[in-house]
Write a protein that binds this ligand. Structure first.
Ligand code: CP
Length: 326
């Protein structure tokens, strides 16, 4: 693995992505059982973690994962402590931005052996966000492996974590577990990164009966959802689900908007009765009693803490692959 930007970076010798995802999950679980077994792997190497946006889980879990591999990690909050960065080719930099990525990225590539970047979409310009300009610029100019800590369209470390957590919690004898990704209300327009990424990874994994449910006009980009069953009927979708993944996202077609905030879409204990006693997932942070009710979050069905804790092992598996093969 050279970079980790999307599921397409997960490869095996035969090009079998489902098998490669399973192998990465096994690797992560081996680290969970024995976190320091590769403590020498990163000795003498440095990882730079650049944040253009806030984070709790991604920042700290990746830091712990890097430490477990013996890497020296530096966290840099570009948004607060760095120069405002320009990504447009040929830009006349007479405005807000002070430093072009063309100039900054090669320098960072000389300081660090691996660079990790978090850069959310603006939700103002769909073409810019979906071109993945920030992540692609770092890949182009840094000259070292790049790991996405969430980008304009995807959140791959979250999705790997989610599959790890689903595998840990799978008790069903069914040939395929049923995973339902359900839209939830929120007060602010949020990126589509997590639902896009969930859809991309679950579809590529191919081991689930995968259903997405959302209100009208909240369709996601088909490049990620193709292969999933999509319905506007949440109750129908929840029937016999083994896992319910709750997440808000803003509109994709008429980009970055809130069309509805209907509280009827919040997952409740009553709705969970429709499921196969489903485990409930959310990437966090979660707005309690807006996206998800207290009664669900505090119930035995919720696995959000386990899910967030697994972020360490997902990051460790990815960093280890890059250290070995990047
Ligand atoms: N789930 C997630 O990425 O959490 P943070 O934004 O806190 O990193």
């Amino acid at each position: 693995m050279r970079n980790f930007i999307s599921v397409h970076d997960v490869t095996s010798s035969g090009g079998n992505i489902p098998a490669a995802i399973d192998a990465l999950v096994e690797k992560a679980l081996a680290y969970k059982a024995n976190p320091l077994k590769d403590k020498q792997l990163g000795t003498g190497k440095r990882i730079g973690m650049l944040f253009l946006n806030p984070s709790l889980r991604t920042r700290l879990s990746t830091f712990v994962a890097a430490s477990n591999l013996g890497l020296e990690a530096t966290v840099f909050n570009v948004d607060k402590e760095g120069w405002a960065m320009e990504f447009e080719d040929g830009a006349i930099m007479s405005g807000h931005s002070v430093e072009h990525v063309k100039d900054a990225a090669p320098i960072l590539g000389n300081y660090f052996d691996i660079l990790c970047i978090r850069s959310f979409p603006t939700l103002k310009n769909k073409e810019d966000d979906y071109s993945e300009q920030v992540m692609k610029s770092f890949v182009k100019y840094a000259g070292v492996p790049i790991v996405s800590l969430e980008s304009g369209t995807l959140h791959p470390l979250q999705s790997l974590t989610d599959i790890i957590t689903i595998k840990e919690n799978t008790v069903s004898q069914k040939s395929k577990v049923k995973i339902v990704l359900t839209w939830a209300p929120h007060i602010k327009p949020l990126p589509q990164c997590v639902p896009n990424s969930t859809a991309q990874w679950i579809n590529a994994w191919g081991e689930a009966d995968f259903v997405i449910t959302h209100p009208e006009d909240y369709e996601l980009d088909e490049q990620f959802t193709k292969g999933a069953t999509i319905t506007h009927n949440q109750q129908e979708a929840l029937k016999d689900a083994d896992f319910v993944y709750v997440k808000n996202w803003s509109t994709y077609t008429d980009y970055g908007r809130i069309y509805t905030n209907d509280p009827a879409w919040m997952l409740t204990a009553q709705k969970l009765k429709l499921t196969n006693n489903a485990k409930v997932m959310h990437c966090l942070p979660v707005r309690r009693n807006v996206e998800l009710s207290d009664e669900v979050l505090d119930s035995a069905n919720s696995i959000v803490t386990q899910q967030a804790s697994n972020r360490v092992w997902a990051a460790q598996a990815v960093l280890s692959e890059i250290l070995k093969h990047g």
